[in-house]
Design a protein around this ligand. Structure first.
Ligand code: ADP
Ligand code: MG
Length: 247
């Protein structure tokens, strides 16, 4: 069995009477993509929020490489190696791709006071940023302003921003959303290679991408995991077909 990098143990989170997360336990192991699927409102984003630190679970625990994250801030979790794709809106349009990635590294390295000053071009920032762009096949766009990128390329920059911090585990919330078939096929290929270095907890509605990419799938319905297994198993599970695939 591969090493467990991220582990969720009996997470519960309610909003008033609504149990948005119910006793969710799952893990993410080296070398894999573990996909989390479920209908709208199932609690996927609420779960990601608890892992990244934007939301505090009511009970339960979250561990990254054996370290207890549950009461840490978003920034502390990021520094410990929890990577999360940035939202499109967080990219600075007029700045180059490279500067965006460098700013992301600087901000999360804890130098946020320098955020609005010119990025210092020292190698400690350039090297990880360049490496991250290489892994996302974007070095030819390094000095292009983000405003000139396609939607798919922006998604790649968001992943590069997370990668530049050298995460141990990566959370991606619907990275294929809004991409056409070509963009999503390209990102699928990139993620297939990337997972070998950084395991990915993937929330995705594009079922073609999920069935192709995921080593394991957990199905979330009304806040609870109702099924778990490899792609072939989940594809055939009658409860999954009924609850999610619309049979
Ligand atoms: P998904 O990402 O699977 O579509 P969400 O995690 O966004 O689902 O939402 C799960 C449930 O929790 C939904 O019923 C949603 O309305 C509710 N919810 C999410 N965030 C809040 C919040 N901050 N306050 C109250 N209810 C919320
Ligand atoms: Mg969501």
């Amino acid at each position: 069995m591969s090493e467990i990098l991220l582990s969720l143990d009996n997470l519960n989170k309610s909003f008033g009477a609504l149990r948005a997360t119910q006793d969710v336990s799952l893990d993410l192991r080296a070398g894999e993509i573990h996909a989390l699927i479920g209908p709208n409102g199932a609690g996927k984003s609420t779960l990601i929020g608890q892992i990244a630190g934007n939301l505090r679970p009511d009970t339960g625990s979250i561990q990254l490489v054996g370290q207890e994250l549950t009461s840490m801030s978003v920034a502390q979790r990021a520094r410990l190696g929890l990577g999360r794709s940035f939202q499109v809106s967080s990219l600075a349009e007029p700045l180059s791709v490279m500067r965006n990635v460098m700013v992301a590294v600087q901000a999360l390295q804890g130098h946020s006071f320098r955020f609005w000053k010119p990025v210092n071009h020292d190698r400690s920032l350039l090297e990880p940023a360049y490496e991250a762009l290489e892994r996302m096949q974007l070095t030819h766009r390094a000095w292009t302003p983000v405003s000139e990128l396609s939607h798919g390329e922006r998604r790649q920059v968001e992943v590069a921003c997370a990668l530049a911090l050298k995460p141990r585990a990566l959370l991606l919330d619907e990275p294929m959303a809004g991409l056409g078939p070509e963009g999503s096929a390209h990102l699928t290929e990139l993620l297939e290679t990337l997972k070998l270095e950084v395991p990915i907890l993937l929330i995705e509605h594009d079922m073609e991408a999920v069935f192709r990419l995921a080593d394991r799938i957990s199905v979330l319905v009304a806040g609870a995991v109702i099924a778990h297994g490899d792609s072939a198993t989940i594809r055939q599970d009658p409860r999954v077909r009924e609850a999610y695939l619309g049979d």
